[in-house]
Design a protein around this ligand. Structure first.
Ligand code: GRF
Length: 225
């Protein structure tokens, strides 16, 4: 039992990895700044020196670094260097927020159970890239996003939560991307808050919320828009 009030609880140190725009990073940082998410972003890491997400972090005085794949002989060496940079920041959770490279097995094993990703589709549907166009092409009714623990198989780790929307007749890949992004910015901070407050864990490839195994992802947010 904890006698600490939520305000007195220590903030969970986290590191965020990104390759691009960084709107999910901004949503997480904004929730933390508003006191709605008990995390402290210790470091933002990118594989791209010019990722706009890095500039967003700098503006908030959050430490950043980048490691270009081209500066390393292979992915294993790159990811090992990245793990060293991450571990120097001593995070309890590592958050992939639009990190667009497949991670080395040793890296994933090292962070097993404390590595989260957000994917722009209702997994297990549409793993990989171009999810919005593929959802349109497949004429599915529902689309959305999934937060999951990361395992060695792409987009296949234990699913935690999803937010979904109904595809509209006039939706394009762009409009879908925009609408799914809005859901991502709600879903990701919510799931990270579960982890930060000790409610969410992963053991042997199974996600547990409040001690109960998640046999299906939890659906949060607007389910019929
Ligand atoms: C998001 O769509 C996320 O689901 C995917 O990469 C994109 C990152 O967007 N993994 P942003 O850089 O956070 O805006």
């Amino acid at each position: 039992m904890s006698f600490l009030t939520p305000e007195a609880r220590p903030l969970l140190p986290v590191v965020i990895l990104l390759s691009g725009t960084g709107t999910n990073f901004s949503a997480i940082a904004a929730a933390a700044a508003a006191g709605a998410l008990p995390v402290e972003i210790k470091l933002v890491v990118s594989d791209k020196p010019d990722a706009p997400g890095l500039e967003r972090a700098r503006k908030l005085n959050i430490p950043t670094c980048y490691l270009r794949m081209a500066d390393f002989p292979n992915r294993a060496a790159h990811d090992q260097a990245m793990a060293q940079a991450i571990d120097a920041a001593a995070p309890k959770l590592v958050i992939l927020a639009g990190y667009m490279r497949i991670l080395d097995t040793a890296f994933i094993t090292h962070y097993q159970g404390r590595l989260l990703n957000i994917h722009p589709a209702l997994l297990p549907e549409f793993k990989g890239l171009n999810t919005h166009q593929r959802a349109l092409d497949a004429r599915v009714q529902w689309h959305g996003c999934t937060v999951h623990f990361v395992c060695d198989e792409l987009d296949a780790g234990a699913r935690i939560a999803q937010a979904r929307l109904k595809i509209l007749e006039n939706d394009s890949a762009q409009s879908l991307a925009q609408r799914v992004h809005q859901l991502e910015h709600i879903l990701y901070p919510a799931v990270i808050a579960w982890y930060a407050s000790g409610r969410l864990r992963e053991t042997d490839g199974v996600a547990y919320l409040d001690g109960h195994p998640l046999t299906a992802p939890i659906l949060i947010g607007d389910t019929d828009a």
